[in-house]
Design a protein. Structure first.
Length: 655
C-alpha cells in the first residue's frame, strides 16, 4: 500500500514521520463521481491518539465521499456514492470526545451513509490512506482562528497533496554522507497519527474474509475508563515514533546526531565510538533502531536526565570496575563504628545469622541473649541498611488459636448360642444300652426313674444323665430345657444363649494458642517407665503412650491458615506378651499439610479399626447336617469397632 506521508531525508535516509497536516480551511466541495463498479465498505473503526480522534472507513474499490456538517445536535454526515455497506455492526460507541459514536446505513441503493455524532463542533480533516478514508478530529484546539473555517465548511474534498518537512544534506560534497551537516527546513516536529502507532480500539464487524485486529484487554480497559491516550505502544516495550531508515556506509556519528534530532535528547559520544553503518529498517521505533545499532557495533548507552551517553562496552566495563574498586577502597578507608540494637519480638541469637549476610567484609554482629540485643560493628554506610532490615524483621507476629477435638468411639457385639443333649435307653430284655459319656458331661437334671442300668441305687435324688453333646454357651444368660422319662428311655436337651452390646465415646477438646510459624504440641496419655542396665548402671526411661497433636500454623496473605499437622495415637497393646516387663505399643499416626479458612473446621484424619470373629464348635458330621445340625453345634460371634477422628479449627487472633 503506497502512502503519501511527509518525509525526512538525509542522502539515502528516509524517515516517515509527522502528522497529517492538512488544514480544514483548504477543504473544497467535491461532487460524487459515478463509478462503473460499486464500491463496498467492509469496516468502520474509531481510533484514539494523544491529541487526535479518527474514524477510518475501509473497503474494496474507490470510495468517493461527500461530507456535510449538521448541527443540533452536532454531527458529521459522510455520504459514499456508488458504495454498498457490508458491516454487521451499524452502531459503534465513541472512545472519547469529540466522537460520541458512529452510525451507518444504506441511505439509498447507490449511497452508503456514515454519521459521526460529536460532543461539540470540532475542526476535522479528511484524508485518504490507500483505499481507506480517514476523518481526523483534534481533541485540543490550540489555534481558534485556524479552526474557524472548518466550522463553516459544509462539504469536503479529499486532499491529494500534503505539506511535508524533511532534513536535507548540505555541504561541499552532497554525496558524502559522512561529512553532511543537517539543516532543518520545515515546520516544527509533529507526532505521528494514533492510527499509525496504535491498533484500532473500536471496530465494526464486516463481511469480508480479513478481520481487523481486536482490542487487547488493556485497551478495552482504557476504553471503559475514557482514557484519551493509549499508554502501551503496539511495538511492545519500545515507545518511540516509527521511522524508516535506508543507510549505506554512513558514519556512526551522523546517525547519533540524527537520533538527537528525532528524540530531542542531548547525545554525548565517547571518543572511542567510531565506524560506519549500513542498515535498512521500515516502520521501526527509533529507540529500537538505536538499540539495534548499538548491539551491532558493540556499544552501550547511559541515560541521565535528558542526556544520552554512548560508549563502547569495554569503556563501560572499565568504568564500572573502577567505580566498584573506588567504592571498595573508600569503604576500607572509613573507620568502623559500633552500635547496639534492642529487639522486641525476635531473638537476637537467631536474627544475627540473617543480618550477617548484609554486612561488609569488615563487619560483624554479636548477640547478647540476656538483654536480647545485637552488637553491630561495621562501616557507617552499612548501618542504615541493617537498621532497615531490623525494622522489617523485628515485628509482632500474629497469633493463632487452634482448637482440636478428638473423638474416640467404640462399638462391641457378642453372641453365644449352644446346645447340650443327653439321652439313654435299653432294648427289650436289657441286652443293648444307648447312653452318653460322663466324660463329656452330666445333665444338671437328676430326675428319676432312669432306665436300667442307670436306675438309682437307693438314692432319693437319682443319677444325672450323661451328656452326648456338651456345647453349651460359655456364660449363658438364658436357657431352655426339654426332658423326657420312660421305663426304657430318657432325654435331656438344653439350649443356652448369651448376647451383649456396648457403645463407648470419648471426647477430648484441647485448645492452644501459638504464634505464626511456631509449633504447638498437645499430648494426652501415659508415660511408661522402662528400666535399662548399661555397664552395671540401672536407669529408668519413660516412653510416651499418648495421643499427640503437633500443629505449625502459617497465616497467608489471603487470611487463611496453612497448617503442618502431625497426629499420633500410641497405646499399650495388651495382646502382645511383655518382654522383661516392657509392654508392646500400638501406634497410629498421620502427617499432612492442609489449608483452612479462618474459623473453618477440617477433619485431618480418621482411623477406624474393626474386627469380627465367628467361632463354631460342632459334632463331626452331625453338625454339618441341614437344620438338625444346629442341635450339635455352638456359635460364638464377636464384633468390635473403634473410630478415632481429629477435628481442627484455627482462628486468627486480631491484633
Amino acid at each position: 500500500m503506497k502512502t503519501n506521508w511527509p518525509a525526512i531525508r538525509i542522502g539515502c535516509l528516509i524517515f516517515a514521520s509527522a502528522a497529517l497536516a492538512t488544514s480544514p480551511s483548504d477543504a473544497q466541495t467535491q461532487e460524487p463521481a459515478a463509478s462503473a463498479t460499486a464500491s463496498v465498505i467492509s469496516s468502520v473503526a474509531i481510533t484514539q491518539a494523544a491529541q487526535r480522534s479518527s474514524v477510518r472507513v475501509a473497503g474494496a474499490g474507490p470510495l468517493e465521499v461527500h461530507a456535510a456538517r449538521v448541527q443540533n445536535p452536532d454531527r458529521l454526515v459522510l455520504d459514499f456514492s456508488s458504495a454498498k455497506l457490508a458491516v454487521q455492526k451499524t452502531v459503534i460507541p465513541g472512545v472519547s470526545a469529540p466522537v460520541r459514536g458512529v452510525r451507518m446505513g444504506q441511505f439509498r441503493p447507490d449511497v452508503a451513509r456514515v454519521v459521526i455524532d460529536l460532543t461539540a463542533a470540532s475542526p476535522y480533516q479528511i484524508a485518504r490512506d490507500g483505499v481507506s478514508v480517514v476523518v481526523s478530529f483534534a481533541t485540543v484546539v490550540q489555534d481558534p482562528a485556524a479552526a474557524a473555517p472548518a466550522l463553516k465548511a459544509t462539504s469536503e474534498k479529499i486532499p491529494v497533496e500534503r505539506p511535508a518537512f524533511r532534513y536535507d544534506v548540505a555541504g561541499p560534497h552532497s554525496s558524502a554522507v559522512s561529512s553532511a551537516k543537517l539543516r532543518r527546513i520545515s515546520a516544527p516536529r509533529f507526532a505521528l497519527p494514533g492510527e499509525l502507532t496504535q491498533p484500532s480500539v473500536v471496530l465494526a464487524s464486516f463481511g469480508g474474509s480479513t478481520e481487523p485486529a481486536r482490542p487487547t484487554p488493556q485497551q478495552a480497559a482504557q476504553q471503559q475508563s475514557g482514557n484519551a491516550a493509549a499508554t502501551v505502544a503496539a511495538t511492545g516495550r519500545y515507545t518511540g515514533e516509527p521511522i524508516s531508515v535506508n543507510l549505506k556506509d554512513v558514519d556512526l556519528k551522523d546517525f547519533f546526531r540524527l537520533i538527537h534530532e528525532i528524540s530531542g535528547l542531548n547525545v554525548v559520544l565517547d571518543p572511542a565510538v567510531k565506524g560506519s553503518l549500513t542498515i535498512v529498517l521500515d516502520e521501526v521505533p527509533w529507540d529500537q533502531a538505536l538499540d539495534i545499532v548499538l548491539q551491532n557495533n558493540g556499544l552501550d548507552k547511559q541515560l541521565s536526565g535528558n542526556v544520552l551517553r554512548i560508549a563502547t562496552r569495554d569503556t563501560m566495563k572499565r568504568e564500572a570496575e573502577g567505580q566498584r574498586d573506588l567504592e571498595k577502597a573508600q569503604a576500607e578507608a572509613v573507620a568502623p563504628v559500633t552500635v547496639t540494637r534492642v529487639l522486641s519480638y525476635g531473638k537476637a541469637e537467631k536474627m544475627k545469622d540473617t543480618l550477617k549476610k548484609f554486612l561488609s567484609q569488615r563487619g560483624d554482629i554479636l548477640s547478647d541473649d540476656r538483654s536480647n540485643q545485637l552488637i553491630i560493628r561495621d562501616i557507617p554506610s552499612v548501618i542504615p541498611v541493617i537498621d532497615n532490615l531490623i525494622r522489617q524483621l523485628d515485628r509482632k507476629s500474629q497469633q493463632v488459636e487452634i482448637e482440636a477435638r478428638v473423638v474416640s468411639a467404640s462399638r462391641s457385639f457378642a453372641q453365644d448360642i449352644g446346645v447340650q443333649l443327653g439321652f439313654a435307653g435299653t432294648a427289650t430284655g436289657g441286652r443293648s444300652v444307648i447312653a452318653g459319656d460322663p466324660l463329656v458331661g452330666n445333665s444338671t437334671t437328676t430326675v428319676s426313674p432312669l432306665p436300667p442300668p442307670f436306675i438309682s441305687s437307693g438314692t432319693s435324688t437319682g443319677t444325672p444323665l450323661p451328656l452326648n453333646v456338651n456345647l453349651g454357651a460359655g456364660a449363658p444368660t438364658s436357657g431352655l430345657f426339654l426332658g423326657h422319662r420312660s421305663p426304657n428311655f430318657a432325654v435331656d436337651f438344653f439350649i443356652t444363649a448369651a448376647e451383649s452390646k456396648g457403645v463407648g465415646k470419648l471426647l477430648s477438646k484441647p485448645r492452644v494458642v501459638t504464634q505464626n510459624n511456631e509449633k504447638a504440641i498437645i499430648k494426652q496419655g501415659q508415660k511408661i517407665p522402662i528400666q535399662t542396665t548399661i555397664n552395671n548402671t540401672i536407669s529408668v526411661q519413660f516412653i510416651d503412650a499418648v495421643l499427640k497433636l503437633e500443629v505449625t500454623p502459617q497465616i497467608t496473605a489471603e487470611g487463611t491458615v496453612f497448617m503442618d499437622v502431625l497426629v499420633e495415637n500410641t497405646q499399650i497393646d495388651q495382646g502382645i506378651p511383655r518382654i522383661q516387663g516392657v509392654p508392646a505399643l500400638d501406634t497410629q499416626s498421620e502427617e499432612t499439610k492442609i489449608l483452612v479458612a479462618d474459623g473453618g473446621t477440617v477433619v485431618v484424619g480418621g482411623i477406624i479399626v474393626s474386627s469380627q470373629n465367628l467361632t463354631t464348635t460342632e459334632v463331626p458330621l452331625l453338625g454339618s447336617l441341614p437344620l438338625i445340625g444346629h442341635l450339635f453345634k455352638r456359635n460364638n460371634v464377636n464384633i468390635t469397632s473403634q473410630e478415632l477422628l481429629f477435628f481442627l479449627t484455627p482462628r486468627i487472633i486480631p491484633g
